[in-house]
Design a protein around this ligand. Structure first.
Ligand code: ATP
Length: 355
């Protein structure tokens, strides 16, 4: 089922938490709502769920396929929920927790007992917790509990699955495992799903599409590749990973960045993995002289911190292979060459990014 929001605004007293948003979630896609704290992600999710109603406006619609549900309560929208702290019923087994949503259905809609049992067993298999059907929630790990919460949300066969920071309370390793698991699960089920996160890595890894939010509005919607490699604004660029900001001037004729040129004062934004480290500046007159401050070699990439003549800190990430070619150590003077000055995306930065 596709979900379309048209001209949706939500105010709390005089504060607009959502500012005239129009957006479509495509059928069967897993979309991440990504943004800093307070950007309106949860409010948008709650509007889709029916837990909040949008401000009155004749132009406003929330369409589930073609049906406008904007004024319908949550109970009539057939959505499944998973929250960060999803309170499973402590006095019920895993099996009973998953069956709960079916057992409380109106008699006319409730499946027969045998069907409920089969459905719960099927879900237990799906979340790979078949052996734990009779455990109580207190006997499960945090990750297992969230999987039960997801099974419970899926039991009613929702048309839409909404997840609000579902893995937020778990430690990093379990989080990474559950992300992959959620992605695989979604590939099997293809339920239109929306999940809220402020973790850019999580969004980039799991989602088909990312909606980047800022101050109640949408900065950009796109695939993970689009938002990462072609950010529509400086905000998106900065939010999706670390960025170094170089102050200098652009030479308009060559659109190359020179720190000392006379054209337009400007800024260049470069990600840490897009900078080359040179031991000498020969043949690279624009290379930036810096002092090595810190070297962290433990991890998938080597993380380096340099200080330039303006006392600005510059972060660089090198592969271990590249680091072997330029093995720097703290105190050493080297030169940096932003590779991406030839990258069209940074040229657009030169043309007035962030204006
Ligand atoms: P977080 O990542 O911290 O959960 P978020 O992006 O989900 O943030 P929301 O929870 O949607 O942000 O909140 C958006 C804004 O709306 C915030 O400034 C918040 O204080 C405000 N807000 C949310 N709910 C209410 C409410 N019930 N009453 C008043 N203000 C609210």
């Amino acid at each position: 089922m596709s979900i379309t929001l048209q001209n949706i605004t939500k105010s709390f007293d005089h504060f607009q938490a959502i500012k005239d948003i129009s957006l479509t979630f495509k059928d069967g896609e897993l979309t991440a709502l990504l943004g800093p704290s307070g950007s309106g992600k949860t409010t948008l999710l709650r509007l889709v769920a029916g837990l909040e109603l949008p401000d009155e406006n004749p132009e406003s619609r929330i369409l589930f396929n073609d049906a406008d549900v904007a004024r319908k309560p949550a109970s009539q929208r057939n959505v499944g929920f998973v929250f960060q702290h999803y309170a499973l019923f402590r006095h019920m087994t895993v099996f009973e927790n998953i069956a709960f949503g079916l057992r409380v259905m109106k008699r006319s809609q409730r499946p027969p007992k045998a069907e409920i049992r089969d459905r719960v067993n099927e879900l237990l298999k799906l979340i790979q917790l078949g052996a734990m059907a009779n455990r109580m929630p207190s006997q499960l790990s945090g990750g297992q509990r969230q999987r039960v919460a997801l099974a419970r949300a899926l039991a009613i066969r929702p048309k839409v699955l909404l997840l609000d920071e579902p893995f937020g309370a778990l430690d990093a390793k379990v989080r990474t495992e559950l992300r992959r698991w959620l992605r695989e699960l979604h590939d099997q089920l293809h339920i239109t799903s929306i999940f809220v996160t402020h973790d850019q890595e999580e969004a980039l890894e799991v989602a088909d599409r990312i909606v980047v939010m800022n101050q109640g509005a949408i900065e950009q919607t796109g695939t993970p590749d689009e938002v990462f490699h072609h950010p529509a604004s400086e905000f998106v660029l900065q939010f999706l990973g670390d960025v170094n900001v170089f102050h200098g001037r652009f030479n308009g004729s060559s659109s190359r960045f020179h720190r000392i040129d006379t054209d337009h004062p400007s800024r260049m934004l470069v990600r840490p993995h897009e900078i080359e480290v040179l031991l000498n500046p020969l043949g690279n007159p624009d290379a930036i002289p810096v002092q090595t401050h810190r070297v962290l070699t433990a991890g998938a990439v080597v993380k380096l911190e340099f200080i330039d003549s303006l006392h600005q800190s510059i972060q660089v990430h090198l592969s271990h292979a590249d680091y072997t070619r330029t093995p720097v150590h703290p105190g050493m003077k080297v030169y940096l060459r932003p590779r991406s000055q030839y990258n069209p995306f940074v040229r657009s930065a030169a043309n007035g990014y962030g204006h």
